[in-house]
Design a binder for this molecule. Structure first.
Ligand code: GLA
Length: 729
């Protein structure tokens, strides 16, 4: 990712010989991955154009200037009249910019990762935009961002500052967006684009994905298909306000502009200051959306999530078990139960802190990170010890960027919050955001995390929450003329704190949470091992939420917890097996009070957890293939296949009662046609007949399974099956 690349640049070896580009009088710059090609070219004025983006070309040198090439980064005010990627007002008041190419370089920053840097300068002003294209050859992912800088006498104002602009000229465009709300994340909706603009954006600043996620699928051959057709998948690596804009212009060409949402965020750029945009990550597939996902997953495990090669731990979280209502004895008992069921970690959630204003509900105490001795007389250390005595690890919930007005922190530092003078405090979940533009606040936030990790080295895991977005967007720290910088400075502040935490505490596991999936992006995830996608733990809802999420994020990082029924959010009652079978398709955990389980349920859970350990490596490190979408089928199904295609695991969920039986075949994917696979049902329900039984223990070739498939009937709503396939020697 971006952060590390700068350090690596020095020791680099140019790979231009291996990945040649040809100069045809004008400059032709090809940015390539194994299967993708983005070709840029200059004209006689040295203006820079995108002339091709798509499947890898055998002869990019044949690429000529097309009839209407598109500027790589259309700037406001010159010949371009549509939505601009860049709008700068120069120190003398000139509102236009004309960028011309001045040079480029290609370097290998890691094995298989090339960084192409292209320099441009305004034709009149000392105003510079540097483009970065980092291409991940094997993973088919391109990471693109820009740096803006100037040497004018006076400040330049930036009003638009996109990370990337991509141009398409196709007969038809279909965009899939991902949207939602609290407890209802990652819905997928596809629409055909018509003339004009479609904007996917967030103006929330923090918890910015609460309503709209910064991801998209753009299909170029009609509605997107899983295994066919040209599709671009993209996501903006930025935990603040984002904007992805699709503009179908007057000649039916599509401009895609993605970056920080410029809404209310005009930026005063001083001489020699470098304004770096976040990166747009994108991948092109000529074989449908399945490949888009697999590209992102492979890339993420190497570059996009923290330690993507490490096995993720199972855990029991006390949030839905107790909410704020617990004490030392109760937690000790839960720790014992968690260990007894063979979980690997106990996670203590909200409510353990606050002395003057105890955190017994979400109305008070946030910001006062002192242990509440009334609840926990022996402190955090005792619970860490209890966990260790029981042979499991201990994790702790923190929400360090936030504060309740009813807290000592707010009493002492009312000017540390985001807010505007003369306006009422606008509370969300009874809390305010701390202003991370302020270095003192950054130190405080770092200090909260650092203190617990340093004082209790036995803490193995942090759940880092952030439960509200920004309103009243003012900073008591920033000067009057830079109030609009808050949206960006706050994110920069968060990034700098995360950087410090990881530098000092590289070993701790961290989960990112933001009232569920409000903060999920590839700027944040390089610091986190996993994420909490939703407070909605209802298994049926999760089938859909997780379906959308795994278009961009690997299952290894997607925490999915078994919880009680009726579900606290949807009131739905589903079988324990269904709840496990859904959670086992990602990173398994539990969010319930074991005391409320019957001995049979405990025994079932213990067995399910053991079964998860047997398939965990395939789920966490395998390649995902979607078989039946819950959006269009009564049965949903997907599978993971191991690296060498010698093991696989199939998940099938019956979402609706099928009176005559649902017989949809599961035509498998990703197997080796020449291998023979032994079938085993995982996590069987001992109490009920399984319609899979006739297939149990049978061996079929990969060819057969990928043509005829696995066929077994399912009848009942919330029936589920997990099938393991093991290649026979
Ligand atoms: C948020 C999180 C939950 C839980 C609560 C605690 O809502 O998403 O998982 O941690 O905060 O207050």
């Amino acid at each position: 990712m971006k952060q590390t690349r700068i350090l690596l640049l020095t020791a680099l070896l140019s790979l231009t010989n291996l990945f040649p580009f040809t100069v045809l009088g004008d400059e032709v710059i090809a940015i390539r991955t194994k299967d993708t090609e983005l070709v840029l070219r200059t004209d006689e004025h040295n203006y820079l154009y995108q002339v091709y983006f798509g499947e890898r070309l055998d002869h990019p040198e044949q690429m000529h200037m097309t009839a209407n090439p598109a500027r790589v980064y259309p700037a406001f005010g010159t010949s371009y009249y549509n939505e601009a990627a860049l709008h700068a007002v120069h120190a003398d008041g000139n509102t236009s910019t004309e960028l011309a190419y001045t040079g480029h370089a290609v370097e290998e920053v890691q094995e298989g990762v090339l960084l192409t840097t292209i320099d441009t300068r305004d034709t009149h002003y000392p105003f510079f935009v540097r483009f970065f294209y980092q291409s991940y050859y094997e993973d088919n992912v391109i990471e693109q961002w820009v740096e803006i800088r100037h040497q004018e006498e006076g400040d330049v104002m930036l009003y638009q500052f996109a990370s990337a602009h991509l141009h398409f000229n196709e007969p038809v465009y279909h965009v899939t967006q991902f949207h939602g709300n609290w407890a209802d994340e990652m819905h997928m909706v596809e629409n055909k684009l018509t003339r004009g603009q479609k904007v996917l954006d967030s103006k929330l600043g923090i918890r910015s994905n609460q309503f709209a996620h910064s991801h998209f699928l753009l299909s170029l051959d009609g509605p997107a298909l899983e295994d066919a057709g040209r599709v671009v998948g993209g996501t903006l690596a930025w935990p603040g306000s984002h904007r992805i804009l699709f503009d179908v212009d007057e000649v039916e060409e599509l401009q895609l502009i993605a970056g920080i949402n410029p809404h209310a965020s005009w930026y005063r750029l001083e001489k020699d200051e470098v304004f770096e945009t976040p990166a747009l990550l994108y991948t092109f597939s000529a074989h449908g959306t399945g490949e888009v996902s697999r590209n992102f997953h492979r890339w993420a495990m190497k570059h996009g999530v923290y330690r993507g090669d490490r096995t993720r731990l199972t855990l029991l979280n006390n949030w839905e078990a107790t909410y704020f209502d617990f004490n030392q004895e109760l937690l000790s008992e839960i720790i014992g139960d968690a260990a007894e069921m063979d979980f690997e970690l106990f996670l203590l959630d909200d409510g353990w802190f606050g002395t003057k204003h105890p955190r017994n509900s979400d109305h008070a105490g946030l910001g006062d990170w002192e242990v509440n001795r009334e609840k926990l007389p022996d402190g955090i250390g005792y619970l860490v010890e209890e966990s260790h005595k029981n042979g499991i690890r201990f994790g702790l919930w923190l929400e360090p960027e936030m504060v309740n007005p009813r807290s000592e922190l707010y009493e002492n530092h009312p000017d540390w919050v985001i807010g505007q003078p003369y306006r009422d405090l606008h509370l969300l979940r009874n809390q305010l955001n701390l202003d991370l533009a302020n270095p003192e606040v950054r130190d405080f936030v770092f200090g909260v995390v650092d203190r617990y990790l340093s004082d209790y080295p036995g803490i193995s895991y942090i759940k880092w929450d952030a439960n509200r977005f920004i309103t009243n967007p003012g900073s008591y720290y920033l000067p009057p003329q830079d109030q609009s910088h808050l949206w960006i400075e706050n994110v920069r502040g968060l990034m700098s704190v995360l950087e410090r935490v990881r530098e000092k505490h590289p070993e701790v596991f961290m989960m990112v949470c933001s009232g569920g999936g409000g903060r999920l992006d590839y700027a944040t995830l390089p610091y986190f091992d996993e994420f909490w996608i939703s407070d909605n733990t209802d298994a049926l809802s999760r089938v859909f939420i997780q379906w959308g999420t795994t278009f961009f994020y690997p299952a290894m990082a997607l925490a999915s917890h078994v919880s009680v029924v009726p579900n606290h959010i949807t009131q739905r009652i589903t079988p324990l097996k269904f709840r496990f079978d859904v959670a086992m398709s990602a990173k398994l955990g539990m969010d319930l009070q074991p005391r409320d389980m019957s001995p049979e349920e405990k025994a079932f859970s213990k067995n399910a957890i053991q079964e998860y350990y047997k398939i965990r490596d395939i789920v966490q490190f395998g390649e995902l293939y979607r078989l039946l979408s819950p959006y269009t089928n009564d049965r949903a199904a997907m599978m993971y296949v191991s690296d060498q295609a010698d093991r696989a695991v199939v998940f099938a969920y019956q979402l609706k009662k099928a009176i005559q039986g649902n017989k949809q075949p599961l035509v498998l994917k990703g197997l080796d046609p020449d291998k023979n696979y032994l079938l085993r049902e995982v996590n069987k329900d001992p109490g009920s007949y399984s319609w899979f039984t006739p297939l149990e223990g049978k061996v079929y070739s990969g060819d057969f399974l990928m043509k005829y498939g696995l066929r077994f009937v399912m009848y009942n709503e919330y029936d589920s099956k997990i099938i393991e396939l093991t290649a026979q020697p």
